[in-house]
Design a binder for this molecule. Sequence first.
Ligand SMILES: [Zn+2]
Length: 432
Amino acid sequence: MISYLPDCIYTGGRFKSGLALVCDDAGRIVELTEDVSNATRLPRRAMLPGMVNAHSHAFQRVIRGRTEYRSPHTTDSFWTWREQMYAAANKLGPEEIYAASRLAFLEMASTGITAAGEFHYIHHSPGGTPYDDPNLLAHEVIRAARDVGIRIALLRVAYARAGYQIEPNPRQVRFIEPQDTYLNNLDQLLATIDTSDGMAWAGIAPHSVRAVPLDYLKRIIAFAGERRLPVHMHVAEQPAEVEACIQEYGRSPVALLDTEGLLSERFTAVHAIHVTPKAVEALARSGAGVCACPTTERNLGDGVVPAGAYFKSGVPVSLGTDSQVQIDLLEDARELEYHLRLQKLERNVLAGEDGTVATRLFECATVNGAKAIGFDGGKLEAGRPADFFTVDLDDLSIAGATPDDLLANIVFSLSRTAIRDVVVNGKRLDLK
Ligand SMILES: [Zn+2]
């Protein structure tokens, strides 16, 4: 049993002082108590629940800074970036995947992220031959997360084709598995992943409607339903993807998922940018969530997630660092709001009933992310996992904050230099 006493703890939607957080040896919060007699004092620190990064491609950390130039004779877009990303992906062996993932997870931890949903799609060796263990690379990514000490939901990606009426792309050979192979390999992953300590688990991730045809999609989502697994999918990230879906099925991606009964409260639509009000309604009706990745979305020129419409309809919005161009979930949180301010020429667009934006944005970075990856964290309450980070109240980026505006200071202004302790499953991480 260990007990921590910071200056204040963010619990129940506000900062409270005079409370110690007690966790047991299994890494759970036993209680928040006013009995602070045996507590380890954390002076000048505020404690917050660890953040949940709901959408990550850890290996993409290796292309940071390497795609920020204009290619000759073409307009740069998501699609030209994708070719550059594939070129990098095709060079990485198991050790490189481990090293790149470890670097990404270490950076996540150093910014207060304590759990990640890893949308993992590199399965085979360069050239496309499966490894003897078809989950070798998935296990390397899990090992990297474990070695850093953060939790990981390994969302195993299904990828069948380049797209509707599109010739196979040789750069995708490391991702592609037919239905039966995918399900066998997923089964094997579920049987071999060590879930005993709650630090790792699996879910499924049909890549997108362009990469997974409908019959395949239905089958694997039915499988996930039987096993109660989280389902993540890139949805409506680019207008071209929406157009191709309408051409193939006569329906937009969300309409297709809705009319085929594939949405559920375990479903997370990643991006969900180019959607109609009807699509927002369909997501809301099904209980599905949306994962926005604003830093990546603006880097790739994807567009702006209509977060206001999602909030209004009660669709939970989580956040992801996605391409790892920058790993800072609070930056994603503030951009979710800032992009809408630029679009609407208004301020405090996403404010809730209490008039504040920070509370809702912080929910996106914590509880909504936890729900998306099938995890009961994201809140500091008795019975929940002891995952938290602390910030230095004297850090220049938030100095002068009062208890009432501390969360807004953290959400809108916190710099990484303010982050001190990062604790996952009751254990303090060594962030070197
Ligand atoms: Zn993605």
